[in-house]
Write a protein that binds this ligand. Structure first.
Ligand SMILES: NC(=O)C1=CN([C@@H]2O[C@H](COP(=O)(O)OP(=O)(O)OC[C@H]3O[C@@H](n4cnc5c(N)ncnc54)[C@H](O)[C@@H]3O)[C@@H](O)[C@H]2O)C=CC1
Ligand SMILES: O=C(CO)COP(=O)(O)O
Length: 373
């Protein structure tokens, strides 16, 4: 059955057999790794059909020096050290060349940079292109999800209207620590789109023997799961930095899932999404792994560094730091109680000290368990 607000057909102008050219914008850890997935997928599916590889994949990064170096060495030393990138992957700092003819454009940029980059690229996008957002953040000033930013910004800049882009925008989220995937460790993920056909079209383009995308049409739930788990991972990191043990961390993870689910449901997301890869799956991976930048940032806070000192220490994006206040504001607008997010925001604003956080992280009133407020 089709859900209200979803469409059933592949939008016009798309090759049914899958994208012919894919551009990945953003050559950090996830963009570089995802470009590798796409290039490997193109090779594997051509091999399975005993056909030549018909699909090109380009990875764009803003630094000409860094992209030159990566193109020459086939390794992105700074973000995914030691991983050799597929020979056929185009590596470029030329934005126009990257997106020319691309029928799938993947956005692998930090959430707060996305709008400006969309404005820069809008004039060069193919009208029928599909957009896939990988970012796990809310826009700080507006509280918008990335798919909303894409539809609004491209709708305005291309003159095609936000509905045109809403029908063509998918998001990908799940337990996807980039470095593990770059090492080809088996991993699952979720592609959510406005229609199953479109999500499936995208999923086929990023399926490899080590990366397994599932599909759904719950764009809201999938995005909220990815955004809020970063904030909860900050909370778990704080507990870790305070040398609290596994009980504390499991308690924060579990109650963190409850508040994430409350927010997602209030915004129209679905319960099964939050108990799936984009909810529970990502939360567990991020909160358990020393590879997580958000957990690491939280840990530094727990060890007593100020938020400013933590920002200076972090060489990669920890989205939760900038998104946490926007998550809390969004929750308040929808009357959703998020005590762990609230405590993390208080710490980031230096309104409470790390010594006061233990009771706050798990609320203080006696309530019944479950996701209800
Ligand atoms: N690294 C990971 O394991 C995963 C990351 N993500 C999400 O992917 C998004 C991107 O994160 P990462 O690749 O990890 O970040 P990163 O910190 O590794 O790299 C960010 C990249 O974006 C570039 N960049 C920053 N501002 C820019 C701008 N204004 N214009 C153009 N390029 C700009 C940087 O130069 C860098 O290449 C984030 O929203 C993150 O939450 C999602 C799943 C996994
Ligand atoms: O989103 C991620 C794993 O799914 C990456 O988490 P961090 O951004 O905390 O490293």
């Amino acid at each position: 059955m089709t859900r209200p607000g979803t469409t059933t057909a592949l939008p016009g102008g798309l090759p049914v057999a899958g994208p012919r050219r894919i551009a990945v914008l953003g050559a950090g850890s996830w963009g570089t790794t995802f470009a590798k997935i796409l290039a490997d997928s193109a090779r594997e599916s051509a091999h399975a059909r005993a056909e030549p590889i018909g699909r090109t994949v380009a990875l764009w990064g803003r630094s000409a020096t860094a992209m030159d170096h990566t193109a020459r060495t086939r390794v992105n030393d700074r973000y995914v050290p030691g991983i050799r990138l597929p020979e056929r992957l185009e590596i470029t700092a030329d934005l126009v060349a990257a997106v020319r003819g691309a029928d799938l454009v993947v956005l692998a940029l930090p959430a707060q940079s996305l709008r400006a980059q969309l404005a820069a690229v809008a004039g060069h996008l193919e009208r029928d292109a599909v957009v896939l957002s990988l970012a796990k953040g809310l826009e700080r000033d507006t509280g918008m999800r990335m798919s909303e930013v894409v539809a609004e910004e491209l709708g305005r800049d291309t003159g095609l209207g936000s509905q045109h882009w809403r029908e063509r925008t998918c998001v990908l989220s799940g337990p996807n620590l980039a470095m593990e995937i770059a090492e080809e460790q088996p991993t699952a993920s979720v592609v959510a789109g406005p229609a199953t056909e479109l999500a499936t079209w995208v999923a086929h383009a990023c399926r490899t023997r080590y990366f397994r995308p599932y599909t759904n049409t719950d764009v809201v739930g999938t995005e909220i799961g990815g955004v809020v788990k970063n904030v909860i991972a900050l909370g778990v990191g704080i507990a870790d930095g305070r040398h609290f043990g596994e009980n504390s961390k499991a308690s924060i993870i579990t109650r963190g899932l409850a508040e994430t689910t409350r927010l997602a449901l209030a915004l129209g997301g679905r319960l099964e999404t939050l108990s799936g890869l984009a909810g529970l799956g990502d939360l567990v991976a991020t909160c358990s792994s020393p590879l997580s930048r958000n957990r690491t940032a939280g840990r530094l806070l727990g060890l007593g560094l100020t938020p400013g000192e933590v920002q200076e220490e972090m060489t990669q994006t920890a989205e939760g730091i900038k998104s946490a206040p926007a998550v809390l504001a969004l929750a308040r607008r929808h009357g959703v109680d998020m005590p762990i997010t609230g405590a993390v925001v208080d710490i980031l604003r230096e309104e409470i000290t790390i010594d006061d956080v233990a009771p706050l992280l798990l609320g203080r009133e006696i309530k019944s368990e479950g996701t209800a407020p």
